[in-house]
Ligand binder design. Sequence first.
Ligand code: NAD
Length: 511
Amino acid sequence: MHNPGHGNRDRWSAQDRFAEGAQYIAGRPAEGTSGRTHAVVDPATGDEVYTYKLGGPADVDAAVAAAREAFPGWSGATPGERSDAMHRFAAVLAERADEFAHAESLQCGKPIKLSREFDVPGTVDNTAFFAGAARHLQGQSAGEYSGDHTSYVRREPIGVVGSVAPWNYPLQMAAWKILPAIAAGNTIVLKPSELTPLTSLLFALAATDAGIPDGVVNIVTGAGQDAGEHLVGHPNVAMTSFTGSTGVGKRVAEIATATVKRLHLELGGKAPFVVFDDADLEAAVHGAVAGALINTGQDCTAATRAYVQRPLYEAFVEGVADLMETVRLGDPFDPSTDLGPLISHAQRDRVAGFVERARSYARIVTGGEAPGGTLKDGAYYRPTLIADAPQDSEVVQSEIFGPVLAVLPFDSDDEGIRLANDIPYGLAASAWSRDVYRANRATREIKAGCVWVNDHIPIISEMPHGGYKASGFGKDMSSYSFDEYTQIKHVMFDNTGVAAKDWHRTVFGDR
Ligand code: NAD
């Protein structure tokens, strides 16, 4: 059933849709063989919506073998053939948009309008982008650099890619990992978060239905320390691409490095939001609330630290608090809901812990509690604004991953930019000003993989996404991602045709 209807959580059953298991290997669903089961929980209600057998090392081995077998055929296909298959893939995804949105909201608690208007169309667009980009892998021109040879560069796929993804945007993260990898001719095994496998499974199923050959896209749904580590360390996996927290990323890097693999890490973030005193205050207030609350703040680029120049500070604090209080928490399947629950009760309690500890050193301007009433069983938390926390406090320095914004004042432009950079992370940032010189300076001097001016959050398929500093290295999306998923080979042809080449003198005399 591909059409669950609009917002009706009862008509679509994950248990029925994925009755054959939560692994997808060689073009077929399968049960995991780790011997352990896991339940996907709807965080809005606490109800278990899908119980499945977790995959383990044997399932990783089977998926890697399938990806290896598929590699010669897929990498040997012409760019045009890969592109055609991926265009069909984009069309199948678009046809199933409702089902994707429903499954994503069910497993994550995302408001249905976010799934429908952001996650799903973004993924369809990304698929269409990489279908086109598959025909456009670029390189340097060939030439006679030595005088006696013609040199050129081949851009080749790497082989089997092993990817590990987080739970915050399960569909988009699966797409960001899978699409550039397969567009460049690799095959892939993706391990989604065990909390949120549903849309990765739908994605793989859609790839098969679009005619992408069996084994090109495989999914192993298992625990990080079990299936995840086995995938990262697998000798037949040529590259690891990981999106998740910086802590787990360090462990992944250790394992990948020990097996000498190509490594691409998209890690945590703690984006600054710098408001200069000539900014449009109303735009900055709207931008801060939207940028902090998107996906209930579980967004690696979310606005988390607002630095506001002193003349606008109090008005900004008041404006953000007032707007946060208008945000409608509710059932994710109600089209008017703005803010859903966090991914789990454990994540909600973690977020609440940061806020409780902050009470002793900062001002909780609004929020700072879980709602009661009809929302009491869900993992909800009210939008929270924390003012006047010291720069070195944990709410300013640590990734909270919830609907919490810290706001601090600054005086000079130098100070604002220094505070923005005073953090281990460097994924994204924004600068708010009407002065082009001031804004341009901020874009140059803030150390982050993306700096927005007078906005915060939008992403587009054509432009790269990736971190500086402890936010990782390598790029997702855009043609830049092909630098991660391809390797460069120098080919050199002799043009002289002579047996005794000139350079041989250096080895066996001047004969
Ligand atoms: P996480 O690091 O806990 O888990 C990510 C994935 O790694 C999951 O699939 C998990 O099962 C797996 N994993 C856990 N331990 C592992 C191990 N030892 N070996 C291999 N795999 C292991 O992250 P999360 O809580 O799922 O997601 C939130 C984090 O992801 C945040 O830090 C957020 O900033 C980050 N994130 C970053 C980006 C980006 O583009 N930079 C995008 C989305 C999310």
